[in-house]
Design a protein around this ligand. Structure first.
Ligand SMILES: NC(=O)c1ccc[n+]([C@@H]2O[C@H](COP(=O)([O-])OP(=O)(O)OC[C@H]3O[C@@H](n4cnc5c(N)ncnc54)[C@H](OP(=O)(O)O)[C@@H]3O)[C@@H](O)[C@H]2O)c1
Length: 268
C-alpha cells in the first residue's frame, strides 16, 4: 500500500531532495511537509520549494496538528528539531526515519526509549553503498585480523556542522567491534605536534571540510608492505533520499523498535 510520507525541514539540502525522492517513488506520496516556526516558506507549495513542480501540499510549521496526514515522518534536520519531533511522533504513534547526525550517546538513548512505542529507522547514512561497505568492512577486519593500523578519513561540504561524520563513527564502531575493542577507548580524533609512535590498538579519524563534497569515506587498513583502502563516495544527496524513502516504506509495516538500514536492506 502507498506510504504517506511527511518530510521535516523541507527547505534544507536534504529536505528538498527527500520531497523529490518521495514523489519519484511509485509507492509513496508526500502527505505533509514541515519547516521551523517563522520560516519564510510556510504556506508555499512543498513541490515548488523543492523545485519539482506543484504538489498541492502546503508547507506547515505545526507538526503536532498534522500527524494524521502521514504514516512516516522522514527527519533530516538538526538534533534539537529531531528530538522535539520525536516527542510529537511518539505521542501521535507515528513512525520516524531519522537521518540527522551528531547525537550524543545520551541523546541516542532517547531514541531507544521512544522506539519502545513507535518504529524508528535511525542511520547516519541511508545510501545502499555505505551499508554494503559496512558489511564488507566487518568481513575485511575479521579476515585481516590484528597487525593492521586502521585509519578512517572522511570529507564533506563546508556547511556540515558535526565531525567526524556519523558515518565515519559508525564505520569506526564496526571495526572496533570486529577487533573486540571499545571505540570510546581507542579512537584518536586528528593528530598534531609530538604525538609519539602510533599505538597499535588505536583507530584514527581524519576530517576534511570543503566546497560541495557530498560525502566521501575511506577506511584504511595499513600493514607492513601493503594496505587496503575501502572507499565510498556519494556524488548526489539523492542516494540518501532514496534510501530514506525505501526505509519509510519498509518501516510502515514494522512493530515498534529501533532499526537501521541493515534491517531495511536485509543485510543482517
Ligand atoms: N543519514 C544520512 O544519510 C544523511 C545524509 C545527509 C545528511 N544527513 C544529516 O541530515 C541533517 C541535515 O542535513 P542538511 O545538509 O540537509 O542540512 P540543512 O541544509 O542545514 O537542512 C536542515 C534543515 O532543518 C531545518 N530545521 C532546523 N531546525 C529546525 C526546527 N526546529 N524545526 C524544523 N526544521 C528545522 C532547517 O531549517 P532552517 O533552514 O530554517 O534553519 C533546515 O532547513 C544533518 O544532520 C546531516 O548530517 C544525514
Amino acid at each position: 500500500m502507498t506510504c504517506r510520507i511527511g518530510v521535516a525541514g523541507v527547505n534544507g539540502r536534504m529536505g528538498r531532495v527527500l520531497v523529490e525522492a518521495t514523489v519519484q517513488n511509485t509507492e509513496s506520496t508526500l502527505g505533509a511537509a514541515f519547516v521551523r516556526r517563522g520560516s519564510a516558506v510556510i504556506g508555499q507549495d512543498a513541490g515548488l520549494v523543492a523545485g519539482v513542480g506543484a504538489l498541492n501540499c502546503l508547507v506547515r510549521d505545526d507538526l503536532a496538528a498534522a500527524c494524521t496526514d502521514f504514516d512516516v515522518l522522514i527527519d533530516f534536520t538538526s538534533i534539537d528539531a529531531t528530538l522535539s519531533h520525536l516527542d510529537i511522533c511518539r505521542s501521535a504513534g507515528r513512525a520516524m526515519v531519522i537521518g540527522t547526525t551528531g547525537f550524543s550517546s545520551t541523546q541516542k538513548a532517547l531514541l531507544q526509549v521512544a522506539a519502545r512505542e513507535i518504529p524508528i529507522v535511525f542511520a547516519p547514512n541511508m545510501s545502499i553503498g555505505v551499508n554494503v561497505l559496512q558489511r564488507v568492512l566487518a568481513q575485511t577486519a575479521a579476515l585481516l585480523g590484528e597487525g593492521y593500523d586502521v585509519e578512517i578519513i572522511e570529507a564533506h561540504h563546508r556547511h556540515k556542522v558535526d565531525a567526524p561524520s556519523g558515518t565515519a563513527l559508525r564505520l569506526g564502531e564496526i571495526v572496533a567491534r570486529a577487533y573486540g575493542r571499545d571505540l570510546a577507548e581507542v579512537a584518536v580524533y586528528g593528530r598534531e605536534g609530538h604525538t609519539g609512535a602510533r599505538d597499535a590498538k588505536t583507530i584514527g579519524f581524519s576530517t576534511i571540510r570543503g566546497g560541495d563534497v557530498v560525502g566521501d569515506h575511506t577506511v584504511l587498513f595499513a600493514g607492513i608492505g601493503e594496505r587496503i583502502e575501502l572507499t565510498h563516495k556519494a556524488s548526489s544527496r539523492m542516494t540518501f533520499a532514496q534510501g530514506a524513502v525505501r526505509a519509510a516504506r519498509w518501516l510502515k509495516d514494522q512493530p515498534p523498535g529501533l532499526y537501521d538500514m541493515t534491517d531495511v536492506l536485509g543485510l543482517k
